[in-house]
Ligand binder design. Structure first.
Ligand SMILES: O=C1C[C@@](O)(C(=O)O)C[C@@H](O)[C@@H]1O
Length: 267
């Protein structure tokens, strides 16, 4: 049981293209998972029409001709990114290479992971980049510096698709992300029972009392849906919802998610 400290730091919100993370109702992030540029742009049109707060581009789903997801070369990613950026208008864009180690499709070495992000950042395509904080420390440092030099924010991330670590460990990982210089701290875990969802929510509440940085947390799959709709009440600044394809188990369709968020966060 975690008690509320007498003085809790207040979350310092971050603003991306007018969208505020860390204040007000949690923001809805919709993932794009197209495997080819035409598929990506089709999906982007539907997503823009649905009006999310932010868009996540899962670059690891892109492959040459859709044949080999995760293997797209930096120049191809940049070319696709330019078209995507134009299709998104002013929507904030989070660029994510989710590696196989954390439940994604990219089986990349650190050098390639950095090369793709470097190209995307230098082309000015990302407002935020997802950096897996468990990767090599020098890689994480390089990416944090590259992102900040390009005027982008870093969303540090960690994913456990097998289990839910204990509350203290979830908090430790989130605070470690802050130590690494991330602007937003994100963790996704796999619950096996409602107690695991409670651990994730308790960790969210505890961590939000120990860092000023906005958090994004979720328990995945059906058991974890409560965390996707009600995580904001415990300190999560955003939640992933779908327009079409999901990028992780348990994501709720955008319209239903917005309705649920309006119930949890009236006014
Ligand atoms: O980190 C996350 C969270 C996520 O895994 C989810 O469970 O909603 C979905 C991913 O696309 C995103 O990068």
């Amino acid at each position: 049981m975690t008690r509320t400290p007498a003085t809790r730091p207040v979350t310092v919100p971050v603003t991306v293209r007018g969208t505020v993370l860390g204040a007000g109702r949690p923001k809805v992030i919709v993932p794009l998972t197209g495997g080819t540029v035409p598929a990506l742009l089709d999906q982007a049109r539907d997503v823009v029409a649905a009006g999310p707060d932010l868009v996540e581009w899962r670059v690891d789903h892109l492959g040459p001709g859709g044949a080999a997801p995760g293997d797209a070369a930096p120049a191809d990613v940049v070319a696709a990114g330019r078209e995507l950026r134009a299709a998104l208008g002013g929507l904030p864009l989070l660029v994510t290479i989710r590696t196989a180690a954390e439940g994604g499709l990219a089986a990349v070495a650190d050098a390639d992971y950095v090369a793709v992000y470097r190209a995307v950042l230098e082309a000015g395509l990302a407002d935020l980049v997802d950096v897996e904080v468990m990767r090599d420390e020098a890689t994480v440092r390089t990416l944090v510096d590259l992102a900040h030099a390009a005027g982008a924010l870093v969303v540090a991330s960690n994913h456990d698709f097998d289990a839910t670590p204990p509350q203290e460990e979830i908090v430790r990982r989130l605070l470690h992300m802050a130590d690494r210089g991330a602007d937003v701290l994100k963790i996704a875990v796999m619950p096996h029972d409602p107690g695991d969802v409670l651990a994730l929510l308790a960790a969210t509440w505890e961590a939000s009392g120990r860092t000023e940085r906005p958090l994004i947390t979720m328990a995945m799959a059906g058991t974890g849906v409560a965390s996707r709709v009600a995580g904001g009440a415990f300190g999560s600044a955003a939640t992933f919802g779908t327009v079409g394809a999901a990028s992780a188990p348990g994501q709720v369709e955008l319209g239903a998610l917005r309705a649920a968020l309006a119930v949890v966060h009236p006014g």
